[in-house]
Every structure is written in structure tokens, then in C-alpha cells.
Design a protein around this ligand. Structure first.
Ligand SMILES: Cc1cc2nc3c(=O)[nH]c(=O)nc-3n(C[C@H](O)[C@H](O)[C@H](O)COP(=O)(O)O)c2cc1C
Length: 185
């Protein structure tokens, strides 16, 4: 027995919380509305709406995204070992819903650019507040999702353009009413 086992109370085997309760709890926490994209070896574009995305480390610059094992985009990311996180701009709700579907034509009628760094997925240039192009550093199995850890090699944010957030099944502008126009240090 190590020191941590001696101090921590035992976690008794029991049934975990019901899925509906877990979802209701998680729905209270606002998250970003991103579209995580990848481009397959034959040039096919993939993308999905994802809120389970957050910063991990400053040095090196790492972020993470949690993707369902059944995601079509996930397979392309694991093959190409890179992806792009597009932080949708406030008001881009219809794009968020489009990329939350299983459609095969999600990129139709959608302007996109390739990252200059030569890897990563499409940048949805006209509809984003920021983006980050990443090399896949780690993919970690976690229940029915995979945690993708990306090392950011390219990205930018648009000053004065609010990103979109999501909580309680509602999309809203993720910006404080009196947010300064300047970037924080
Ligand atoms: C607001 C919102 C947030 C979502 N967040 C995630 C997420 O973090 N991870 C995930 O795997 N799916 C998430 N989804 C569901 C995916 O967008 C959806 O399953 C999509 O159809 C997957 O597409 P793909 O199989 O083409 O990759 C989210 C959907 C919405 C509407």
C-alpha cells in the first residue's frame, strides 16, 4: 500500500451515475463550439462539431479534443496524424448543426483553406473567430471516446470577433458584454 492509498477513502464498487443524469450535469458547463477537421490521404475533407475541446499546455502548446470512437472524422485524423480546430464565430449556428450531422457533403457551399504548415484539416475561414492547426501528439482511449492531444503549429484569432459557446442545448456568443477589444497577455 502506498501513501496515497493509505489516505484516500476506498472507492466502493457500485453502479455509476445514469447517462441521463451525467448528460444533464455536463450540459450546465458552457463549452466552445468548434469544428474539428481533417483531410484524408485522397484529399477528402472530414469534420465534426465538437465542444469537448480545451487547452492543455503552454510549453509546448497543446490542446485536446474528445471524439466519439464512431466519428468518421476521427478515422481520418488517426490516419493523417493531424487535425485543425475551428472555433466557430458567434452566429454560425447553422454551420454547427451541419457539421453535427453524418452527411458526406458537409463541405459543399463552404469556403475553406489549407493550413500553410502543410498538415491539419480545412480552415473554415469565413465562419470562425480562431483556428489552430495541430499535429496529433497522442491519442488516448477513454471509454467510448478518444482523447486527441494536438500540438499547435499554426493558428490565429480575429480581434473583435466573438466565438460561439454552447450550454443547456443553446448556442450563444461566448463574449462578456464589456470584453475589451485588446488581447489578454
Ligand atoms: C454542440 C455540439 C457539440 C458536440 N460535441 C462533440 C464532441 O465534443 N465530440 C464528439 O465526438 N461529438 C460531438 N458532437 C456530435 C458530433 O458532431 C456528431 O456525432 C457528428 O455527426 C460526427 O460526425 P462525423 O462522424 O462525420 O465525424 C457534438 C454535437 C453538437 C451539436
Amino acid at each position: 500500500m502506498n501513501i496515497h492509498q493509505a489516505i484516500a477513502p476506498p472507492i466502493k464498487p457500485q453502479t455509476e451515475i445514469a447517462v441521463a443524469s451525467f448528460k444533464a450535469i455536463m450540459a450546465k458547463a458552457p463549452g466552445p463550439v468548434t469544428v474539428v477537421t481533417a483531410q484524408g490521404p485522397d484529399g477528402t475533407c472530414y469534420g465534426l462539431t465538437a465542444s469537448a475541446v480545451c487547452s492543455v499546455s503552454l510549453d509546448p502548446p497543446l490542446l485536446l479534443a474528445c471524439l466519439d470512437r464512431r466519428s468518421n472524422t476521427l478515422a481520418a485524423i488517426r490516419t493523417m496524424r493531424s487535425f485543425t480546430v475551428n472555433y466557430l464565430a458567434a452566429g454560425a449556428k447553422s454551420l454547427a448543426l451541419k457539421f453535427a450531422s453524418k452527411d458526406h457533403d458537409k463541405f459543399n457551399d463552404c469556403d475553406w483553406l489549407k493550413p500553410d504548415c502543410g498538415f491539419g484539416g480545412p480552415i473554415l475561414a469565413g465562419d470562425i473567430a480562431a483556428y489552430a492547426a495541430c499535429a496529433l501528439e497522442q491519442d488516448v482511449e477513454a471509454g467510448d471516446h478518444i482523447i486527441l492531444v494536438g500540438r499547435v503549429f499554426e493558428g490565429s484569432s480575429t480581434r473583435g470577433r466573438a466565438a460561439m459557446a454552447y450550454a443547456d442545448k443553446t448556442f450563444f456568443a461566448g463574449q462578456a458584454p464589456d470584453a475589451p477589444e485588446t488581447e489578454s497577455p
